[in-house]
Ligand binder design. Sequence first.
Ligand code: DGJ
Length: 734
Amino acid sequence: MPIEFRDLTWYLHGPNSTYVLFVDPSGYLQHGHWGSRLAAGDLAHWRPIRHRAFSPSPAGHPDTYSLDTVQAEFPAGGGDFRLPAIELVQADGTRALDLRYLSHRTTPGKPPLAGLPATYVEATTEADTLELVLIDQPSGLEVTLSYTVFRAHDALARSVRIHNTGTTSVQLLRVLSASVDLPEDSATHWLQLHGAWARERTPALCPIHPGMQSVESRRGASGHGHHPFISLLRGDTTETAGPAWGLSLVYSGNFLAGIERSPYGLTRVQLGINPAGFAWQLEPGASFQTPEAVLVFSERGLGALSRTYHTLYRTRLCRGQHRDRERPILINNWEATYFNFTEERLLALARCARDVGVELFVLDDGWFGHRDNDKSSLGDWTPHPAKFPDGMRRFGEKLAELGLQFGLWLEPEMVSPDSDLYRAHPDWCIHVPGRAPALGRHQLILDLSRPEVVEHVFSTLCAVLKSAPVRYVKWDMNRNMTDVASFGRAPANQGETAHRYILGLYQLLERVTQAFPHILFESCSGGGGRFDPGMLFYMPQTWTSDNSDAIARLAIQEGTSLIYPLSAMAAHISAVPNHQNHRTTPLATRALVAATGAFGLELDLTELPAEDLTALRRLIDRYKTWRPLLQHGELHRLQSAAAARGVSAWCVVAPDQSEALVIAVRTLAESNGPWRIIRPQGLDPAATYLDLLTQQTHPGDQLMVAGLFFPDGPDFHAQAWHLRRLASASATIT
Ligand code: DGJ
């Protein structure tokens, strides 16, 4: 039973974890525990109550009781001086809020979140959901906290719904999806993912200091700079040991992920929509739903935390026909041609790609309007007449004649000032009337907070996707939001614009992906500027970074893998010298790094010498034999180049341990350095494995304990070991 209930205390059990919350005698909801699995017990008595100077007590309570010193489950102020989870302006202009327990109910399964992406179940037996209602009696505001506990995962999905049952409107200023108060002796550090364009999601481990520390986005998108994820760790937590707590937000817009260490050593961790710039008028009878936060606990280090997110997100967040299918090997013409192409040039590239084993051709930016650079035509989604004189259907058919599927790049949320769409509807972009808006990459954002704009984009997309045999779409988004205002929206509602934009985007994505279920959608935002769980709900893979250099990708893909499965991370072999950092790496290394993701190519094959094409063909053939394992296996990060003197290593193990692929990549060679031993994890210790690449056999336990020897080699050298379990320890090689 994942949810146990006794004496107004709830025990939410995952396979190896428990989350406890309870209603105290005053009716306030308190947090009891989030960590290793517990048998039910009387947690309400764990925390001794004592007086703290300057910590006030609610009316009618002894001075030993203060909301300022308890582990609150959904803090709302009222004498708790730490960061609240909710803040609002009542009709009388005050911010008073006193949330007390009203009711609860538990249901099997997990209801969807109206209009928002969320994890889901396929059978009601997979999870139970607890809904707890708190009420502010004077205003009639009801707050419903929702907790879904998954039977098979140490994961908890939390969200909050605010319902105004009163007679006057209130203005919501802050409604976070999750807030947890951890005790003094739990986490000492927090891990965040930071970066910028072309170097997204670099892990940074920081000690938790007294007071506030946070990361956030105010960009209108989750962004390249920070990530809607936070992990808490103990100082001695490693990849394989020690506690790790993760909070990940299923949302693609402005977010806040913050920690406050209280004067008494409690750690409050919070995640949700960024209150900066947010103000939502909640009229009588109306409700507001927050996005979902997914909380994962691991008592076996960060690796296990990641694998819980991977399995949950791969199988119960991603959806659609392509969720479990092997992803096609694609070639994208962006780094091969940029805007400079003709149909003949593309077909020559396509022929070469087909010959090396590619399965799908992606036509990137520059195919529409009169777009020969990034200064025009977004919004005018008709084929460029000079580049495609026979139209898009014919181009798709020519690809099909070569045996390739057709993929198309689109940037549906944007409009160029130099476009027919902008000239017809200058008010359809996000802008402040009377002020000239900032441009990003010479473009503006279509105001998806307005239903008529969503309608227009939907019908335009339907026309484009029906105009050719499209099997894949790369949905790009290349600027962040400024001048945040929606034309015609009442002044009191302008603070809703950024969130309403995201709701409009989600509605659009839902409609388009439902209308074209056979199309594989890949999300992109100048690489990984919107690589988040919200987008994964609609599109099962994301272009991880515009940085396609294999060595730079080691860190980017490692950071991304903290949360996201390999099947979600698009990774391509590109040209050398690399276009972003001019580095030259061996083709085999580029192939191994790209194989650890949704694999593709992005270079001008027509310029490659014949021997490289032959080598590429062999690498792609080999990748095809690895593809099911790499897309559905379990990732173990073995070594990080940053910490392990220049060698990155990881392995992917089949869920039944029958097969594993181990990969090691050297960044810079070291003269007279130590032996390099790579120790795979997750194998069957009692089995014998055959390395299909060297034909050597190894006992599973020895592989994990003694390891594999990674010989010295030059800079950027890489090696793979493909291990297959033999039927029994005594089996011989056949
Ligand atoms: C940004 C993407 O990340 C690139 O891969 C490419 O599609 C360009 N946009 C095209 O403008």
